[in-house]
Write a protein that binds this ligand. Sequence first.
Ligand code: AMP
Ligand code: MG
Length: 328
Amino acid sequence: MSNRRKTKITKSINIAVREILQGNIIALPTETVYGLAADATNEEAVLKIYETKRRPLFDPLIVHIRSIKEMKKYAEEIPAEVYKLAEKFSPGPITYILKKKKVIPDIVTAGLDTVAIRIPAHPMFQKILAKCKVPIAAPSANMFGRLSPTCAEDVYKELKGKLNYILDGGQCEFGIESTVISFIDDTIKILRPGFITKKEIQKVLKKKVILVRIKSRHSKNKLTIYSPGMMKTHYAPKTPLYITDNIYDFKEQSNVGLLDFSNYSSLNEVAINLFSDLRKLDEQGFAYIVASKVKDSGIGVAINDRLEKASKGRVKMGKWEIKFSIKK
Ligand code: AMP
Ligand code: MG
C-alpha cells in the first residue's frame, strides 16, 4: 500500500504548529535553506525525518531553539565563547556543537553525546518555535546527498507526496547551510564553513579556530559517525558536475550547462543563488554541468566547499577529464 499523500504549500503558521505538535513532519523556511522539521522531543516524529529524506541514522540533526537563554535547557558545560558568538551571530546562520542534555533523545543526535544547536532568525520559524514551545529538529529539506532547497517550490520538487505541508516563506536569505562550529575539544573547530566565516569568528573570540577538513569521527562503541557537512560528496545535482578553470571553454557545446556567476555582483549573491541555479541547470537534461571555483576567502570558502562536494571531485581541463579523490 502506498503511503503517498497530497502535499500542500501553505503560508499558515497555525497549520505548521498543529502538524509539529501532532508528531508530523513539515517543511519550513529558515534563513539558510528550507528545513524538514519535527518536534525534537518526539522520537517517532524525528524518525520520520530520517525515513523521508533517506538520511542514514548515523547522521545527527540540528536542533533549533528560540533564544540564547534556552541553550542551557538542552546543552551543558556551555563555554563562555559560545555566548560571545551567540550574542553577535544568533539568531542567525551558525550552529554550535555542545555537550548534550538527556532531554534531547539519542535519535536526534545519532547516539552522540553532543548536540548541534541553532537559533534560527527566520520570522516564521521563530513564531513556530514560540507557539510550539518545543525544540525543533530540522535538517535541510532535500533527499539525502542532494541539493538543498532554497524556496518552497524546490522543496515540493524534492519531497512531494512525502509530507502534508510545506510552509512557504519565500526565498531563503542566505541560500547556504549554517556554519557548524564545535566546542567539544580544547580547540574550537569549524566543521562546516558557512555564511559566518572563520575570520569573523576569530575576530569575536580573539583566538584562532580551526577549519576542519576531515569527515569522520570514531565513537568508543566502534561506530563511525560521519557528518554529511564533512562528507566528501554531498549537495549533488543528478547531472554530473565538473569543476573547470574557465566555463566559457564549453560555451559552444549545447549539451553542457554553464554554472555562470558572472552576473552576480558579490560572493554573497553567488551563495544565495548557488543551489537554485544548480537545480535549474539540473532540470535541463544536459550531459554535464561545468562550474569554476570562486576566490577561496570569506564566504568563498563555503561556496567552494559545496562546489567540491557537489562535483564529487570531477575536474575537466579542455579535453582532459580527471576524478580526484577529495582529501578532506
Ligand atoms: P543539515 O541539517 O542537513 O544541514 O546537516 C546538519 C549538519 O550538522 C551535518 O553536517 C551534521 O552531521 C552536523 N551535525 C549535527 N549534529 C552534530 C553533532 N552532534 N556533531 C557533529 N556534527 C553534527
Ligand atoms: Mg543537509
